[in-house]
Design a protein around this ligand. Sequence first.
Ligand code: ADP
Length: 278
Amino acid sequence: SLLNCRPFKRTASSNLALSAKHCYNIKVTSNIKNIEIENEKLKQLYSAKSDIVSISSHQIRTSLSALKWIIKMFLDGDLGKLTIEQENLMKKAYESNDRALNTVSELLIMNKSENILEKKYVFSKINILELIESTIFDLSGEAHNKKVEIIFLKPEIKIYEVNVDKEKMRIALQNLLDNAIKYSNTDSKVFVTLKKTNDMLQVSVKDTGIIISEESKNKIFKKFYRAPEAENKEMIGSGIGLFTTKKIIEGNGGKIWFESLENDGTTFFFTIPILKNK
Ligand code: ADP
């Protein structure tokens, strides 16, 4: 009769519910712990994978670079005159080696891009003008090889200070400049501008090379996307640069977009908030 008593039933069922809830909480807590442990293991594996890719790519690149200069010595006739047949074969070897070098370089960029997004943002006060200048300097060799001149149209304004993650911003700028050189025609110019728009600084990178077709326009920032016009030209790439760049710019409080017009070329723009004096 006690068991059938209503208040007892209610207490018993709520006790049951409470202990079920308690069990459930313990289970969820232990599941979360397991996920955290697995996550930690995955992070370690991921970092080990990145290190392996980076170390082996660097080693392969060093060997390929050495090979490149040896083949070049043969082609330049430093080791004696070659027969036509020898020269043709050496030219083929040189081109093939160059393609392998580009692929390895892309692999390194891809690995670096993935790693950079894994890292937390570390904001600091920097001078954006100096960062642009030093990034242009870093890419001057690449530009020179393709006979592309990078022209930095410096602004009249005196506000260059921004609060950004410098290492990530450098990667974003490198990606845009690297693309502008890569997708440019030889013997052309790339223009970089910096200007103030409201509370933002706006940077643009313009080239006169291949354009981005209408079909590709809304996919260009997607991970691994490469427009057919770039792939058809056999330009080496991974489709990760713009994906990374967009994440970096947005992570720094800015926006990124582009314009691509026939007979004019492609311009990428991005903004970043100006550091306000307190
Ligand atoms: P990747 O250059 O390695 O292919 P990105 O993510 O940097 O990868 O760029 C994605 C795609 O966007 C490129 O494959 C290319 O089709 C297009 N693209 C990027 N920058 C330019 C540019 N400056 N001019 C023309 N097309 C570009």
